[in-house]
Design a protein around this ligand. Structure first.
Ligand SMILES: Cc1cc2nc3c(=O)[nH]c(=O)nc-3n(C[C@H](O)[C@H](O)[C@H](O)COP(=O)(O)OP(=O)(O)OC[C@H]3O[C@@H](n4cnc5c(N)ncnc54)[C@H](O)[C@@H]3O)c2cc1C
Length: 462
């Protein structure tokens, strides 16, 4: 007769890695058998269930996770369906004693976690939850009056002050020790999830991405060496490889945000070159924007579908009777405005777009074309490999001028001036449009800007 050992279950969501994974670590330390579980539940996630490009990335990231876990003797189960039912059923089937998971700071998720915890406890299963998704929990970063920050600069100042005392030791770890012989990875395990669309449109993404923890760690370490020292100056030029391109890795938790922050903070201690110091600080602030977006969405959980400034929900805030054809031409990169079209082609081809160009195409859609930001947010949701509810919501509301810490509504990006400044030799435009003869512009930039300003003046005053 074999010796009965306890079984621990680790529920994976946005933490698709084995290093620096608090829940996996805790489960491995518990001393028994460890099983991992991923649940795909598109019905529950509704209109914000992962879009096409994101599902492609997820599929490959899970494949990589499966082999990382198999190497340390942990089997990854993949299931679809109602999360609570699947978790309860799995715990019963494999006789789980303790279930571990890392928190996801997103609307609905914390309430769901609470519900599941109650059900599992009632079934005799212990639950251990760890922080992971953000540097601080939303309740740790409130103003002195207990309300959430709506402006980035004081938010980030406060968060950084608090983080001085946060050593992340519990969240950071070396590669975990194997608990048994390596298992064989099973690529068939993912079939049930059906993450990949039948139509093979996604093969175009392969040349641009290497999902998985090991590849993402390599991407980050290459950036630290080659890109970080000049980040401050290079980050705004879309034709340069001036940014880290780790947004999808961060979204899926292939790298932990704690590791990135901690690493940068240590670099700062030893760096004296002014440009590099400035670059590291700037990069950390961008990690701060990711943090801010999560805290904001937590505080305003409907903001993924409604403007935070409710005046922007009045019909007159947008161009009435704007046709679907116009939106379609923006989506396809056929507006006749070179920087906008180049950006939309980059997105379609690669599943990613440079941040500067994201701002330009978003401003063009919401201001020059007068189309509600949600149409843009939904298109990004389906086409970005890094589609992230918090960052996408905040990005769109910031540009549209209707968010918490928004660009003033009268700031309309001029795509021609932006191209002159940030793509002075036209390299980026050439890369994505080649020598294509552009269609006539959808709107006159000057007239449509004036119309936008008139539109805003009327309803902002009301
Ligand atoms: C309209 C619009 C929509 C956006 N949608 C998304 C989205 O769905 N998912 C997403 O991850 N980012 C989104 N962003 C933010 C930003 O454009 C991307 O995070 C960035 O371009 C990713 O490239 P990178 O990893 O090279 O960034 P870097 O410049 O190398 O920054 C490092 C990391 O910091 C975070 N970050 C940087 N800028 C921002 C920002 N403005 N807001 C929040 N986090 C930031 C990201 O996690 C990024 O990977 C959006 C921005 C706009 C204007």
């Amino acid at each position: 007769m074999g010796i009965a050992t306890s079984t621990a279950l680790v529920w994976f969501r946005r933490d698709l890695r084995v290093q620096d994974n608090p829940s996996l670590n805790a489960a491995l330390k518990s001393g028994g058998q460890v099983v991992a579980l991923y649940i795909h539940s598109p019905e529950e996630q509704g209109e914000w269930s992962p879009g096409g490009a994101s599902r492609w990335y997820l599929h490959h990231s899970l494949l990589a996770l499966q082999s990382e876990l198999a190497a340390i003797g942990v089997r990854l189960l993949c299931r679809t369906g109602n999360v609570q039912q699947v978790l309860t059923e799995t715990c019963r089937q494999i006789n789980v004693e303790t279930t571990f998971w890392n928190q996801v700071i997103e609307p609905g998720q914390l309430a769901l976690e609470e519900k599941i915890q109650t059900t599992l406890k009632a079934a005799g299963v212990t639950v251990e939850i760890s922080p992971d998704d953000t540097l601080l929990l939303p309740q740790q970063a409130l103003k002195s009056d207990g309300t959430p920050y709506k402006v980035f600069t004081p938010f980030w100042r406060n968060v950084q002050q608090r983080l001085q005392y946060e050593d992340f030791a519990l969240r950071l770890s070396v590669a975990p020790q194997a608990i048994s012989q390596p298992l064989e990875a099973d690529p068939q395990a993912f079939k049930a999830l059906q993450l990949l669309d039948q139509h093979d449109w996604h093969s175009k993404l392969h040349p641009y991405w290497n999902p998985g923890e090991q590849n993402s760690l390599k991407l980050f370490s290459d950036f630290i060496q080659k890109g970080l020292p000049t980040y401050e100056t290079a980050r705004d030029f879309p034709a340069e490889s001036g940014t880290s391109v780790i947004s999808a890795a961060l979204h899926f938790g292939e790298i932990s945000v704690a590791r990135i922050y901690d690493y940068c903070r240590t670099l700062l201690l030893h760096e004296s070159h002014p440009e590099t110091v400035q670059s590291i600080k700037r990069f950390m602030a961008e990690i701060g924007w990711r943090e801010f977006s999560r805290h904001l969405l937590h505080a305003f959980p409907d903001s993924h579908s409604e403007s935070l400034n409710r005046r922007f929900e009045q019909p007159e805030a947008w161009e009435l009777n704007q046709s679907d054809q116009i939106l379609h031409r923006w989506q396809q990169g056929e507006t006749g405005v070179p920087l906008v079209d180049a950006g939309m082609r980059q997105l379609w081809q690669t599943g990613w777009m440079h941040n500067r160009v994201r701002m330009v195409v978003a401003s063009f859609l919401t201001k020059n074309l007068g189309i509600h930001w949600l149409h843009g947010a939904r298109w990004f949701w389906d086409t970005l490999v890094d589609a992230d509810l918090a960052s996408n919501t905040m990005g769109w509301q910031w540009v549209a001028g209707c968010g918490a810490d928004a660009a003033p509504y009268f700031r309309v990006f001029n795509p021609e001036l932006q191209a002159k400044k940030f793509d002075p030799r036209g390299k980026y435009i050439q890369q994505w449009l080649g020598d294509e003869i552009l269609t006539p512009t959808l709107v006159d930039l000057k007239i449509s800007r004036e119309r936008a300003l008139e539109r805003y003046q009327t309803f902002i005053r009301n």
